[in-house]
Design a protein around this ligand. Structure first.
Ligand code: C2E
Ligand code: MG
Ligand code: MG
Length: 670
């Protein structure tokens, strides 16, 4: 996955780059050594020349100021002896004596210091215009080392000679000094070697540090990459590496026009199991599941954990139908029991499959569509589903609808309809059920079964219930102010009754609208109870103790056990419409309804039958002692104004417009 070249190339580049400053440093050191050597050589020559001129030459040159060119024989002999002696010693290569005006009085220079030198000296004297002090000051700087015919390097220094009393300059001594710079330079070889070795050492150390640091960085980069690609809990590839690997595989398959399938797998009830066994054991379970999935995949297939209890499998070379045929193996493997601390646990999985290229060309879309199919398999409880285009459309429009519903709640665009409930003992309407309505500006009226379910799947149900409660309580207050004392029933969802803060919110709303608690009833469904019976019991108890009536809605549809009913301080049982529908035509349904009425009464509950559509049903229910009926037979859900109009002042005196002949008395056949 990674090339070895990856780390070497930057190191090599670094070494080359670091060599540049090291070389520059070396060159600078060499340059400064050379300059220093030259300066030292020139200064040494100057001081030697001055010493020789003052101590040796000047005493023998007895010139008078009046007659500067008259060098006598004795002086000449003396100078010759000095020049020879100095040349012999090697410290001075020659001596010349000039008049201050540039006339050569004595030439005791090395023959190789030829005429060119003399000419040079003469031109210098011209420039100095006879001022020897100027000459002396300038000469060492002005006259650079020169080479003799035999390639010796010499330096020439001019030094003024004075009269015996030292008062005036009578002549100028030119001393030719052998160039000592080369010797000095040789002496600096050690220094040079040391500085070169230092630079090399510096470079090598830098290179070593760079190599070590690069290797460390490389190692930690590899470790980080590994961590970023592997799911820490199970060791399986994570979502990122799954999508990377799948993208590569899909590209290869596309070249060969081969199909592939992507399966997304969700463990059902894992959240509950995790809660029950504790987090650590939950992790252990996930590791088991990962191992099992890994044990069944073939070479080339990839299994990954996408997060939580969701896994994905890439099946190359297999189309959607073939993948569906392989799923039973996965179901079997997961359903086999896993022993967790002596407790056998098994999982059912919801699996969705999307196929390449039919359902998408890229892995992200395939994963999304496999996920949609997986959600569908949860809904249908089929265990596995293959993606179809209609599923995606539904999904898209549902998503859009959820966004619009949120907006509708915020903008107050929903309405409440109220359906009267008729008391079968006095033929009067004492209560109504608030039913939410959404008239979508483009789609028209959307049935609550659709958008309430959508709200229940998301967190939207919380603001939705809050909105309904607020409006319904407010309406109950308004009717009461009109003299119409109606109890308003509001449907609440499982999420609401599992929230410990819910009872206080309801009590606060009643207080805000100054409506007494008996004007409110809450309807909960059996599914809400089953999800978390203990917590629901707490909520129901709190609400009941505040004086709010509590009804169990759609009774008979779910699977509430009698034990649940006994533990809940309910006030009302609402028999589900599906039993009421065939109450008069199906003996079994009739028997069920009859029994439910009896059961409710035995538990001390008021019994309501919902979905009453015919006079026959109505009469039968009344005859069997059912307390309240709700249904299209005598009233559909209607607006608050319609309620006021039909049941308003003085509602109890109004003739009962809907109560049919109540003489019918049907008993279920045995
Ligand atoms: P539900 O609570 O069982 O409400 C009764 C439903 O049965 C209402 O449907 C009502 O219009 C309908 N119905 C009443 N009598 C008859 C009848 O004789 N024949 C037939 N065919 N239907 C009848 P709706 O308004 O469509 O509401 C459906 C469901 O949506 C409700 O069932 C309730 O579960 C839910 N729902 C409605 N409003 C709300 C709400 O504000 N909050 C919550 N959480 N759920 C609500
Ligand atoms: Mg209801
Ligand atoms: Mg109902």
């Amino acid at each position: 996955m990674f090339s070895a070249d990856h780390g070497v190339r930057p190191l090599r580049r670094y070494l080359l780059v670091s060599l540049v400053p090291v070389l520059v440093l070396g060159a600078a050191a060499e340059f400064s050594i050379r300059r220093q050597t030259e300066r030292t050589a020139v200064a040494a020559a100057q001081s030697r020349a001055v010493l020789v001129a003052d101590d040796v030459v000047e005493p023998v040159v007895h010139l008078s100021v009046d007659e500067p060119s008259a060098l006598d024989d004795e002086a000449r002999t003396g100078l010759r002896a000095i020049a020879d002696q100095l040349a012999l010693g090697g410290s001075v290569a020659g001596v010349r004596v000039w008049t201050p005006s540039g006339q050569l009085l004595f030439d005791g220079a090395d023959p190789s210091a030829d005429t060119a030198r003399v000419e040079l000296a003469e031109s210098l004297f011209d420039a100095a215009e006879g001022d020897a002090s100027v000459l002396r000051g300038r000469a060492p700087g002005r006259i650079s080392p020169f080479y003799t015919a035999d390639s010796r390097r010499l330096l020439t220094v001019f030094v003024p000679l004075h009269t015996a009393d030292g008062a005036s300059v009578v002549a100028v001594a030119e001393l030719v000094i052998p160039w000592a710079g080369d010797h000095a330079a040789q002496g600096q070889l050690g220094l040079r070697a040391t500085s070169a070795a230092g630079a090399l050492l510096l470079w090598v150390s830098l290179a070593t540090i760079a190599a070590v640091v690069t290797a460390q960085l490389r190692r930690s980069e590899l470790a980080h990459r590994h961590l970023a690609l592997v799911d820490q809990l199970t060791g399986l590839p994570n979502r990122r590496s799954f999508t990377d690997a799948a993208a590569g595989t899909l590209a290869t398959l596309a070249d060969h026009q081969l199909p592939a399938a992507v399966a997304v797998l969700d463990l059902q009830r894992f959240t509950e199991v995790n809660k029950a066994v504790g987090r650590e054991r939950g992790d252990e379970l996930l590791r088991h599941v990962a191992l099992r999935l890994q044990s069944i995949v073939q070479p080339g297939q990839v299994v990954a954990r996408l997060g939580g209890d969701v896994f994905a499998i890439l099946l190359p070379g297999v189309d959607g139908d073939a993948a569906m045929a392989m799923l039973p193996i996965i179901h079997d493997v997961l359903e086999a029991e896993i022993d967790v601390a002596g407790v056998p646990i098994s999982f059912e999985a919801a699996i969705g499959v999307a196929s390449f290229p039919a359902h998408g060309q890229d892995i992200d879309l395939l994963l999304r569509r496999a996920d949609i199919a997986m959600q569908e398999s949860k809904r249908t409880q089929a265990g596995s589903e293959q993606f179809t285009v209609d599923l995606d459309d539904t999904d898209h429009s549902r998503l859009g609808l959820a966004v619009e519903l949120r907006r509708a709640i915020l903008r107050d665009e929903l309405q409440l309809a109220y359906q009267p409930k008729l008391n079968l003992h006095d033929n009067r309407v004492h209560s109504v059920e608030a039913l939410v309505r959404w008239n979508h500006p483009e789609r028209g009226p959307i049935p609550p079964s659709e958008f309430v379910a959508l709200a229940e799947e998301s967190a939207l149900i919380v603001p939705l219930t809050a909105w309904v409660l607020d409006r319904a309580i407010q309406q109950a207050g308004r009717w009461a102010a009109e003299g119409l004392h109606l109890r308003v029933a509001v449907n609440v969802s499982a999420k609401n009754v599992r929230d410990d803060r819910f009872p206080e919110q309801v009590i606060r709303l009643l207080a805000r609208h100054e409506v007494p608690a008996p004007y409110l009833e809450l309807e909960i469904t059996e599914t809400a109870i089953i999800a978390d019976p203990d917590r629901v019991a707490r909520t129901v108890r709190r609400l009941r103790s505040a004086g709010i009536a509590m009804a169990l809605d759609d009774f008979g549809q779910g699977s509430t056990s009698l034990a649940h009913l006994r533990n809940l301080p309910l006030s009302t049982l609402k028999i589900d419409k599906c039993f009421v529908d065939d109450l008069c035509t199906d003996a079994m349904d009739g028997a069920i309804v009859y029994t439910m009425i009896g059961l409710g009464h035995q538990l001390g509950l008021e019994v309501v039958a919902e979905g009453v559509e015919t006079q026959e049903q109505f009469s039968t229910l009344a005859a069997w002692g059912c307390d309240v009926a709700q249904g299209f037979y005598f009233a559909r859900p209607m607006s608050p104004a319609q309620i006021s109009e039909q049941y308003g002042t003085p509602w109890y005196l109004a003739p009962d417009p809907v109560v049919p002949n109540r003489s019918v008395n049907v008993r279920p056949s045995p």
